[in-house]
Design a protein around this ligand. Structure first.
Ligand SMILES: *Cc1c(COP(=O)(O)O)cnc(C)c1O
Length: 373
């Protein structure tokens, strides 16, 4: 996924490290010198700062985004056998997390314009076993949560915010709209650690308390398990302290992503590529800049020949994956999702992407499209 040799890739962090190196290393040193390596001041500090950033009461740091989804679902009451409505055109961990706690993912199809959950199809998916809705704020823009709730009523909403740090939608800030919300700080994400990390946000004190227990073996008091299944899912102190540094720059980094998106729109708007459509009331943070073309595979191959290595998120809809055979879906069940999987691809997108690499990408895409169009 990273830039190789002289090429351009969809993501690379070394330019960022060069920019922030002194601050990152100072953060690591603060932790190593603090005398406390697990669940100390850095995790607590980051939790307070990230809660404030999102406008919520509580943030519980966890070890990765998959466990953030898992613990959030468990904390709002999802139990083995319960159904959770989500989408199939997301990162597989969204569904892996549901499956891991013994619950059953039920997939809604998505909208052809924004690629987000098609709320109009959700009503038909609700059964007596439905326990929760897990909308994914895919690629950096938010599902319309108020409209979703008109359909799902009192069912708890857990937002998958792994791609939407800092985004706002029609219902407000990502992470502040659901009963709970799961974030990932995997390095490529809009707010990324230097390793794995995650968090769950909520404004409900009881849910926050449950989450703290679930990430700590199910213990509230040391050595005494209050609840099963518990987990060891703690956010690491070092990653937390690095995340505090990076959180201070997050809005600036998002602004940089938006400027890059604008340049792609300016440079490629007239080429016949389908570029991202912004949903009403959305402020996109461009975790990914996803374009669409019916001859995607051919396009990507020709671009790779020119040193532009692009990525597909995601090439396989989850409901068609062998690991999820047990859910009983068949190809054709989610037509929009399946069509998108054949046509979408991501242009390079990260805050430190140089203008030169943006221009090179735009020029190469224009070149190749002139050949295959
Ligand atoms: C990255 C991601 C996750 C999983 O996060 P990890 O930190 O890699 O476990 C879950 N959901 C979505 C939508 C993601 O993009």
């Amino acid at each position: 996924m990273s830039a190789s040799g002289n090429g351009v890739g969809v993501w690379a962090y070394l330019a960022e490290y060069e920019r922030d190196r002194t601050e990152i290393l100072a953060a690591v040193d603060r932790v190593f010198s603090s005398g406390r390596l697990v669940l100390g001041e850095s995790v607590r500090g980051f939790e307070d700062e990230f809660a404030a950033y999102n406008g919520v009461e509580h943030c519980v740091g966890v070890d990765n985004g998959t466990n953030a989804v898992k613990l959030a679902l468990q904390a709002v009451g999802v139990r083995p056998g319960d159904e959770v409505i989500t989408v199939s055109n997301t990162a597989a961990p969204t569904a892996v997390a549901i499956d891991e706690i013994g619950a059953v993912p039920v997939f809604a199809d998505v909208r052809e314009d924004t690629y987000l959950m098609d709320i109009d199809t959700v009503e038909d998916l609700i059964t007596p076993r439905t326990r929760c809705v897990l909308p994914v704020h895919l690629y950096g823009q938010c599902v319309d949560i108020p409209r979703l709730r008109e359909i799902t009523g009192t069912l708890p909403v857990v937002e998958d915010c792994a791609q939407a740090h800092g985004a706002t939608g029609p219902g407000g800030r990502a992470g502040a709209m659901g009963e709970a919300a799961a974030f990932s700080f995997y390095p490529t994400k809009v707010l990324g650690a230097y390793g794995d990390g995650g968090a769950v946000t909520t404004s409900d004190a009881g849910t926050a308390r449950t989450l703290r227990r679930l990430r700590y073996y199910g213990m509230e008091e040391r050595y005494y398990v209050e609840e099963t299944p518990g987990h060891n899912a703690r956010l690491d102190e070092v990653q937390a302290e690095i995340l505090r540094v990076k959180l201070r720059r997050l809005d600036e980094d998002i602004a940089a992503r938006r400027r890059i998106a604008e340049r792609y729109h300016d440079g490629l708007g007239d080429t016949g590529l389908t570029l991202p459509a912004i949903g009403t009331g959305n402020d996109h943070v461009y975790y990914l800049f996803v374009a669409r073309h019916p001859r995607r595979d051919e396009l990507l191959k020709l671009l790779a020949d020119q040193g532009i290595h692009l990525n597909v998120s995601y090439p396989w809809p989850i409901h068609t994956m062998r690991g999820f055979d047990k859910l009983g879906y068949r190809a054709g069940d989610l037509p929009v999702t399946e069509k998108l999987a054949d046509e979408v691809f991501s242009l390079p997108m990260y805050a430190t992407l140089t203008r030169e690499d943006q221009d090179r990408t735009i020029a190469a895409v224009r070149d190749v499209l002139a050949v295959i169009a």
